[in-house]
Design a protein around this ligand. Structure first.
Ligand SMILES: NC(=O)c1ccc[n+]([C@@H]2O[C@H](COP(=O)([O-])OP(=O)(O)OC[C@H]3O[C@@H](n4cnc5c(N)ncnc54)[C@H](OP(=O)(O)O)[C@@H]3O)[C@@H](O)[C@H]2O)c1
Length: 269
């Protein structure tokens, strides 16, 4: 793999299946992709909000479709994959749907850990495996995984979420090698903290008010720039990449620093 082998993503004329299109990053990204000439298959659970995203896309062009689907339900997910293949398959799959879990280990139960892993890891992997053979047959395709900086930074109080995203990232890295000679490209997106309804999902501890969120439009700009350059890892904001590299060089120091930060947050420093 070398820089000269990179295949920049061009939305013009591309058929893109985008999960998590009914809210936040997915809703904004859908409209941006439609504006840049892609045809969207939009996936979400909430039919009303999905219809709003579809209408926003249709303001730019026609041919888009919506698929109401609970991606944690394997029968529904398999039926979605069959519908997408019957639609003609896709040039690009963006696995963006996900759920937060901001709870420390003293407040986690095993069922919650399983659900987070099912939605954030097993589900995108299952959808990818269902659509991959069609891409391989054509000798082209792109799979974009929306992970999180939590995957590499082990965000405190988010062990279940961090682990689900880390699993998604590592699976994607290995997959990038497996599919390279089949004309299929993989991009892993690492959002920092983006201002979306994710932070309003019930049964989660609130985000510290000290943490700054970036606007979703700024995030989408960064993600699209990373895809245009076909970067394997797309960190938005980009400085999180340096923090991740620093952590990898000194995990013990990073964990000690995080403990200090938590104590400060709790007024115990
Ligand atoms: N916002 C951030 O700061 C941030 C940071 C790092 C990573 N991320 C990741 O970015 C992605 C998008 O998050 P967001 O911030 O845009 O959050 P969001 O506004 O809460 O949107 C989440 C999307 O995922 C969909 N979804 C959740 N569970 C689903 C299920 N079982 N079946 C089908 N769809 C499901 C939701 O659909 P319905 O609403 O229709 O159920 C919604 O469209 C997630 O993977 C998240 O982990 C976000």
């Amino acid at each position: 793999m070398s820089e000269s082998d990179s295949t920049p993503f061009d939305p013009r004329g591309a058929r893109v299946l985008l999960t998590g299109a009914s809210s936040g990053i997915g809703a904004a990204l859908a409209e941006r992709l439609a504006a840049e000439g892609a045809t969207l298959g939009l996936v979400g659970r909430d039919a009303g909000r999905l219809a709003a995203t579809l209408a926003a896309c249709e303001a730019h062009s026609t041919g888009h479709r919506s698929f109401v689907c609970d991606l944690a339900d394997w029968d529904a997910l398999d039926a979605l994959a069959a519908d997408v293949l019957a639609w003609g398959g896709v040039d690009c799959l963006i696995n963006n749907a996900g759920i937060p879990k901001h709870k420390d280990v003293f407040h986690l139960d095993a069922e919650t850990v399983d659900l987070v892993m099912r939605v954030n890891y097993s589900s995108p992997v299952r959808l990818t495996l269902a659509l991959l053979p069609h891409m391989a047959e054509r000798g082209s395709g792109r799979i974009v995984m929306v992970s999180s900086v939590a995957a590499t930074l082990s965000s405190p109080g988010e062990g279940a979420y961090d682990a689900s995203k880390a699993a998604l990232s590592v699976f994607s890295e290995a997959m990038a090698i497996d599919v390279w000679d089949h004309g299929i490209r993989v991009n892993i997106v690492y959002p920092g903290v983006v201002d979306t309804p994710l932070f309003l999902v019930p049964d989660n501890d609130p985000l510290s008010p000290d943490i700054e969120k970036i606007p979703v439009a700024e995030f989408v700009d960064g993600m699209m720039a990373g895809l245009a350059e076909d970067r394997l890892e797309i960190y938005v904001p980009a400085f999180f990449h340096d923090i991740a590299k620093g952590k990898a060089q000194n995990v013990g120091g990073f964990i000690a620093g995080s403990v200090g930060w938590i104590r400060q947050q709790q007024g115990r420093a």
